[in-house]
Design a protein around this ligand. Structure first.
Ligand code: AMP
Length: 284
């Protein structure tokens, strides 16, 4: 039985449950439960505070976890990162109050106070840049620190930048980029290692499928080669005859980002009735 730690509530929670569900793991969660059984995979889920998760995995209370990469780095436990999951994207940045025109690099904060909830990551960054600044650790609402005279700058997570904007702060330096990751202890034992690999296989099939769309269209037979050359396919396109003489239905796979770039070329080749559909899972 694989014990999976996930965030109890907060930004990562819903996307994590949704990813597990797409991988065939249905989490039977009642209200305020710390633990839930999983249908569809030999696992149980532990609902924990995001910042406590690295310790629980390191101590063996949980085997694997989904959490923000920024937390893995901050807590510094010896965990193995197996997969970047593509959600909860953010960056840990230095921001200073608007009008602080004399900031040109992190060196401008020499001798100044920086408020953060990520003291270890910030300390390492300052050491790397040979900057001597005072780190003021606070656990939440870091963005208000300069306004109340607690610090000269902040080091905090940013995604859209709207919190900084509302608090008259300007982002100056990005210390690290982060997203949700799947981690484990360095050694799990054979049985759980095997379960982890099975889960990773499912996750990669789901994440891989998100990058592609299934595309089908009707093409005049004499244009099949030309259309095939436009579509970067997995192996080779599927071609099925239409009832109408001289036409075929061509099925293929296309990168989600690539469709608008090739649509005019496809139409110029005479392709008609072009359909683009999502792919749920992809095993190549
Ligand atoms: P929270 O739900 O506030 O405890 O945040 C959990 C995790 O969500 C953080 O550790 C980050 O990995 C991630 N996250 C993504 N965007 C943001 C953001 N704008 N502010 C804070 N955390 C974020």
């Amino acid at each position: 039985m694989l014990k999976i730690a996930i965030q109890k509530s907060g930004r990562l929670h819903d996307d994590t449950i949704a990813l597990l569900k797409q991988c065939g793991l249905k989490v039977d969660k009642g209200l305020d439960q710390l633990k839930a059984e999983v249908r569809g995979f030999p696992a149980e889920v532990l609902f924990l505070r995001n910042s406590d998760i690295p310790q629980y995995v390191a101590d063996g209370v949980a085997d694997i976890a989904v959490l923000g990469e920024n937390t893995v780095i901050e807590k510094g436990q010896n965990l193995t990162t197996h997969e970047h999951l593509g959600f909860s994207k953010c960056r840990l940045s230095i921001a200073v109050p608007k009008g602080n025109e004399d900031y040109d690099s992190i060196k401008s904060l020499e001798g100044k106070k920086i408020a953060t909830s990520y003291p270890n990551t910030l300390r390492q960054y300052l050491e790397k840049k040979s900057v001597n600044a005072e780190i003021h650790q606070i656990s939440g609402s870091v963005e208000i620190a300069p306004n109340i005279g607690l610090s000269d700058a902040i080091c905090d997570l940013v995604s859209s930048g709207s919190t900084l904007f509302k608090n008259n702060l300007i982002e100056k330096d990005i210390i690290l980029k982060s997203e949700a990751v799947l981690v484990s202890r360095s050694s799990l034992g054979n049985e759980n290692e095997d379960l982890l690999n099975q889960l990773l296989f499912r996750i990669r099939s789901v994440l891989g499928a998100r990058k592609f769309k299934y595309i089908l269209m009707n093409v005049p037979n004499e244009k099949l080669d030309e259309v095939s050359a436009i579509l970067p396919v997995l192996k080779s396109p599927t071609v099925l005859p239409l009832m109408e003489e001289g036409w075929s239905s061509l099925h293929s796979v296309i990168g989600s980002e690539d469709f608008w770039g090739v649509i005019n070329q496809l139409k110029a080749c005479g392709a008609q009735g072009i359909l683009v559909c999502p792919i749920e899972k992809m095993v190549v």
